[in-house]
Design a protein around this ligand. Structure first.
Ligand code: IPD
Ligand code: CA
Ligand code: CA
Ligand code: CA
Length: 279
């Protein structure tokens, strides 16, 4: 009988290899013309590459680990139920940053997590355009291209670079709160150094994990946007919570990741929640 540790190694090595191959497909399509389709709104884009890469990733894991379950963005879009159980489940965003992909803005990632008992055990986020591979296995630290990463030690908004996003829901009341939250953090008193929107939830979390940003929050994201990135950030000594400061619920469509608890507390006290329906 194989030990649990050997299995985790096998899962990890498979996930890295699959992410690399998926990334090569995205990279090959990056500079080509794309046919862009719309999902829920004119700001919610999808391409053939998103769908093709998700099918490739899921088939690769199904071959090797037939008993495992899957949650993938484009499978859910095609009508497959998005339900997280305690079973080993691969949570896949084949192409995080579709808007960037469409516009050739080079922040596009493959995000793959293995979640067991509802907690991420493996997290892989591969920026396939810049060839930056972020990896984590629970309890073993976080790495960027094989070099261990840790968060910055910023403790206050007025010395921080903070990530957030516009997301795809631009309904007036939603957008108003997004802008109000940016204003609250970017404005006096105690103005943040600046605000960044990388256009990829997974890469925002990895930026915090590697110290390139100090915090990131967003409302409306899905579990596939964050499952891998949260483990990478936790393993880099960061904190992940619900934006209201409560313990993270990965299915609750909201996230606050920060380099320190103090910075997370201050952001929580300065932003308003946006209520998003659950999956
Ligand atoms: C999106 C990106 C974006 C975030 C959206 C996500 P997609 O994912 O992560 O940064 O603001 O909420 O839906 O659609 O490009 O995979
Ligand atoms: Ca999408
Ligand atoms: Ca995504
Ligand atoms: Ca996606």
């Amino acid at each position: 009988k194989r030990s649990r540790l050997e299995s985790v190694d096998e899962f990890y090595e498979t996930a890295v290899a699959v992410a690399r191959e998926a990334g090569a497909t995205i990279r090959a399509a990056f500079d080509k013309n794309k046919s862009v389709m719309l999902k829920s709104a004119s700001t919610d884009l999808v391409t053939e590459t998103d769908q093709k890469v998700e099918a490739f990733i899921i088939n690769s894991f199904k071959d090797k680990f037939p008993s495992h379950k899957f949650i993938g963005e484009e499978s859910v879009a095609a009508g497959i139920q998005c339900e997280l159980t305690d079973d080993p489940t691969w949570i896949i965003d084949p192409l995080d940053g579709t808007t960037n992909f469409v516009h050739r803005f080079p922040f596009v990632a493959v995000s793959i997590a293995l979640v067991i008992d509802k907690a991420p055990v493996i997290g892989i986020v591969y920026n396939c355009i810049l060839d930056e591979m972020y990896t984590a296995v629970r309890g073993r630290g976080a790495f960027k291209n094989g070099v261990q990463i840790t968060t910055s030690q910023q403790t206050a908004v007025n010395t921080a670079l903070i990530g957030t996003e516009f997301g795809s829901n631009r309904k007036d009341e939603v957008l108003a709160t997004i802008l109000e939250n940016m204003r609250s953090l970017a404005g006096e008193p105690n103005a943040a150094h600046s605000i960044r929107c990388l256009g990829s939830a997974a890469l925002n979390l990895c930026a915090v994990a590697s110290g390139a940003m100090d915090a990131y929050f967003e409302f409306g994201i899905h579990v596939w946007d964050i499952a891998a990135g949260i483990l990478i950030l936790q393993e880099a000594n960061g904190v992940v919570r619900n934006p209201d400061g409560t313990e993270l619920d990965i299915m609750a469509r909201r996230i606050l990741g920060a380099c320190t608890p103090q910075l997370a507390d201050e952001i929580t006290s300065r932003i308003k929640n946006i209520v998003t329906p659950r999956d």
